[in-house]
Every structure is written in structure tokens, then in C-alpha cells.
Design a protein around this ligand. Structure first.
Ligand code: CP3
Length: 437
């Protein structure tokens, strides 16, 4: 068997040819190498080939078999873990010099669309931080392109959609048959899995709690629709809500899942068509990511906090539930995350997600109690507390750990993404605190 070169990681630690994990090797004859990170948890991650990583998903999803022993996946399923797993929203981003070094030569979309670069950025962040999960480097808006919506990232202004969607006719014209064009994301996931030697999920002696979890992701129907309709970021979501309120449907939502079956003359409306098509595309897209080796899928509903509970129940709950049900049918746990959601959490729970991502404004102890501890929770440090002095930051982390009281089903994270300018040392401090808690 020939040795697989890892993707072009230009900034990671050196790798040496040794295999201290030989006793864990479930595939006889497999070549592995390890890296020489100072952190033993990082050092113990081995490298295997893309083929082996692809075989490892072999239609035996982690949640279905219960065989995935990573502490991150176990926590998603509310199983006992040796210590609280930790990763960070936007852990590979502009605060990190290694990311900026790559970004100097490539646009954001180039990085997303080049599997070697996306894998490199994903791996470098996970190794540098020593976290328990790596989220694939991609962007929420990538699925818009195969749907026929053009956009670009304008420096300092965020995403701009060239022709915002405002009518049922435009919704009817959205394509749902070109999701295969997003295969570069799956290829990047395969490279990350290969690098970190994700173990076969059917392997009986799998349990190695330090195995890195690989997270795939997509946007939720509401949040993606809001970008398509507003044309970019928004404060008040006037256009999105106008389109939403124009939908005659309430509560029970008519999924067609086939763009051929809409007819404007018998009452199909823009919001319902848009929701249907997004679900179709996102389900295909996520299936590609799971097939490539993603252990868990995070559904980002970043801007759903713009909805009142009534509007959420009427216009967002059913499509989101449908999407999450489809993802769970692929056999992986689902993390559902939004910002300013404390009043929406009981409804968001009804989607059937395994984990609720809490924003930093939400009191984690009270919210989890009110949810009856029947769902795992992820969060929820204020990302700006990473700018505080060591002592203050340490006490904020400790407060969260005290609030969750070692109950199974807590994944430590921020309550929203790391912002540019965040000191990397502060992020490392949090990881060390979690590892020694
Ligand atoms: O490690 C990681 O989390 C990085 C992977 C990642 C990116 N985008 C890359 C990116 C992830 C998980 C996302 C998700 C994403 N994209 C969300 C949901 C997460 C959240 O923050 O709520 C949203 C809303 C988007 C859409 C988006 N992409 C916006 C609004 C912006 C501009 C905002 C800004 O800070 O400039 C982006 C750009 C973007 N996507 C960046 C990164 C690292 C920063 C810009 C750059 O590198 O040029």
C-alpha cells in the first residue's frame, strides 16, 4: 500500500515516520504516520489514506452503530465522556495568522473550492488549538451557486447577492439538480478524515476518546433564505418577512421535494417553494459530506433570532424539522445553532436536533434545565471574553463548567464565532483549562 501524502499543510508541525498507535491499527498493512506536536492529544492522531477514510463511512453511520468513541460525538449523543469536548465557532478564521497567510494568496471562495486548501486550513486550526473537533472550512452560502444565485464577498461588507430573490417566479427558477457541483466540499472532508485517520465506524475496538470529530455543516432554510432575499446581511429582515407572510400556509407545511410539481396558479407561494428547494439541495449537500466522512452536521440558523416564537412556529419550524429529519436519517447527530434564540429554544428543540447550540446571551444552566436535559447543549462563552485578561477569561469558562455541572451532553464552545483580532493565546488558554478541568 502506498503512503498517502497529507494535503499541502504548509504551517502545521513536522511529521515523523513512527507508529506508536500500532496496537490500535484496525486495518492490517495500513501505513500511518504521526505528527510531532507537543500536545499528546494531537500527537496521537494518525494519518491514513483517502481510500481507507472513505471506506470508514461505508454506510455505517456513527450514531446508528454507536461505535464512534470520540468524546465529541459521544457528548453529542449525551453519553459519558472523560472530559468536556471543546471546539470553537470560526476556529479557522481571520484571527489566526496561519489562515491569513493562506488568505494572502487566495480569495475566501478559492479556499472553499480547492479541497487541498480547505483541508489545510481546517487541519491547521484544529492542530494549532488542540481541539476535539474540526469543522470543515466552507461557507454557508456555497449552495447558492448551484441553485443559480450569484454572490460575492465584498471586503469589509460581507456577502452580496447580485439579484435578490423577491418573487415566486424567481423561486420556481431555482435549480435543485446541480448540487453535485459542491463535491469539492466532500473532497476536502475526505482529505481531513484521511489526515486524522478517522477510524472505521464499525470497528469494535474503536473507543479512543481523543479521536477528532469531523463536523460538516450547512445553513438552515430560514437563514439561507434571508441571504437570498435580502441580498446580504440585514438588520430588520423586512423583505424576508414580507415574502414569508405572503405565504398562505401555516404550521403544517406542504413539502413537494420536486421542483416539477409547483404551480403558481394553484396557490404555490414563494416562501413554500423556496423552503422546499432549499431542503432538497441541503439534504443532497449534507449527504455528500456524510458520505465523505463527516461525523456530525451543524445546521447554522445564525439569524433566526430575528423571528418571534409565533413566526418561527409558523414559517421556520416545519422546514427546519424536515431538513434535520433528513440529516438524521443519514445516521449522524445534528447540532442546531442560532443567535439570540433564548425565547426560541423550546421550539428549536422540536426539530429533533441532538444538540442545541446556545448563543452567549443565553443562561446555559436555566435554558438546559427548561429543556429538561433531553437534548445536548453546545456553548456558550461570549467570544469577546477572549479579549479579557487571563484571570477574567478563566472565571468565565469556570462559570460555564459550574453551570453545566458535568452533566453528560455538554460540548464547550463559544456562543458565536471568534472575531478578527482575538488573541490566539486566549483560545489556547481556554483549551488548556478544559483539558485540566
Ligand atoms: O472555522 C470556521 O468556522 C470557518 C468556516 C466557516 C466560514 N463561514 C468561513 C468564512 C463557517 C462555519 C462559516 C459559516 C457562515 N458563513 C455563517 C454561519 C456562522 C455564523 O457566524 O453565524 C454565516 C452567517 C456565513 C456567511 C458569511 N461568510 C458572512 C456573513 C461573512 C462575512 C462576515 C465577516 O466576518 O466578514 C462570511 C465570510 C467568511 N466565511 C469568513 C470566513 C473565515 C471571513 C472572511 C474572509 O476570510 O475573507
Amino acid at each position: 500500500m502506498t503512503k498517502q501524502n497529507p494535503p499541502a499543510v504548509t504551517t502545521g508541525p513536522d511529521r515523523v515516520q513512527a507508529d506508536p498507535l500500532a496496537e490500535f491499527n484496525p486495518l492490517p498493512g495500513r501505513d500511518e504516520s504521526v505528527n510531532s506536536s507537543a500536545d499528546p492529544e494531537v500527537r496521537n492522531r494518525a494519518v491514513t489514506t483517502v481510500d481507507q477514510a472513505a471506506r470508514s463511512v461505508a454506510n455505517q453511520p456513527a450514531a446508528a452503530t454507536g461505535a464512534n468513541g470520540s468524546r465529541f460525538v459521544r457528548a453529542c449523543l449525551r453519553q459519558r465522556v472523560d472530559r468536556t469536548p471543546v471546539w470553537f465557532l470560526r476556529q479557522a478564521g481571520r484571527y489566526m495568522p496561519e489562515y491569513m497567510a493562506v488568505r494572502k494568496h487566495h480569495s475566501l471562495l478559492d479556499i472553499c473550492r480547492t479541497p487541498d486548501l480547505a483541508a489545510e486550513v481546517t487541519i491547521t486550526a484544529a492542530e494549532r488549538l488542540g481541539v476535539d473537533a474540526a469543522i470543515i472550512f466552507a461557507d454557508l452560502l456555497l449552495p447558492l451557486t448551484p441553485m443559480g444565485i450569484d454572490f460575492e464577498f465584498v471586503a469589509n461588507e460581507g456577502p452580496q447577492i447580485h439579484t435578490p430573490l423577491r418573487t415566486a417566479e424567481q423561486a420556481l427558477n431555482l435549480r435543485t439538480d446541480r448540487t453535485g457541483e459542491l463535491s469539492y466540499v466532500g473532497r476536502a472532508i475526505e482529505k481531513v478524515c484521511s489526515y486524522f485517520a478517522v477510524r472505521p465506524r464499525t470497528e469494535a475496538r474503536y473507543p479512543r476518546p481523543d479521536t477528532l470529530g469531523i463536523i460538516g455543516f450547512c445553513g438552515a432554510p430560514f437563514t439561507l433564505a434571508s441571504y437570498m432575499i435580502e441580498g446580504g446581511s440585514s438588520r430588520s429582515y423586512v423583505e424576508t418577512k414580507k415574502l414569508m407572510y405572503g405565504s398562505p400556509r401555516t404550521g403544517e407545511y406542504p413539502f413537494k421535494g420536486d421542483s416539477g410539481s409547483y404551480s403558481l396558479t394553484n396557490g404555490s407561494d414563494a416562501w413554500s417553494i423556496l423552503m422546499d428547494k432549499l431542503i432538497t439541495v441541503l439534504t443532497d449537500y449534507v449527504a455528500q459530506q456524510v458520505e465523505a466522512g463527516a461525523d456530525v452536521i451543524q445546521v447554522f440558523d445564525s439569524w433566526v433570532g430575528a423571528l418571534s416564537p409565533s413566526d418561527y412556529r409558523e414559517y421556520a419550524l416545519a422546514p427546519t424539522t424536515r431538513l434535520i429529519r433528513n440529516i438524521k436519517a443519514l445516521g449522524v447527530p445534528v447540532i442546531y445553532f442560532g443567535v439570540e434564540t433564548s425565547t426560541l429554544l423550546p421550539l428549536m428543540r422540536q426539530t429533533g436536533c441532538d444538540v442545541l447550540g446556545l448563543d452567549w446571551r443565553t443562561p446555559i444552566d436555566r435554558s438546559w434545565r427548561e429543556l429538561g436535559y433531553e437534548v445536548a447543549v453546545q456553548g456558550n462563552l461570549d467570544p469577546i471574553s477572549l479579549f479579557a485578561p487571563e484571570r477574567v477569561l478563566e472565571s468565565r469558562v469556570a462559570e460555564i463548567l459550574t453551570a453545566v455541572d458535568k452533566r453528560p451532553g455538554h460540548i464547550f464552545n463559544l456562543g458565536h464565532g471568534i472575531v478578527p483580532g482575538t488573541p490566539v493565546e486566549s483560545v489556547l488558554q481556554v483549551v488548556q483549562q478544559l483539558k485540566h478541568a
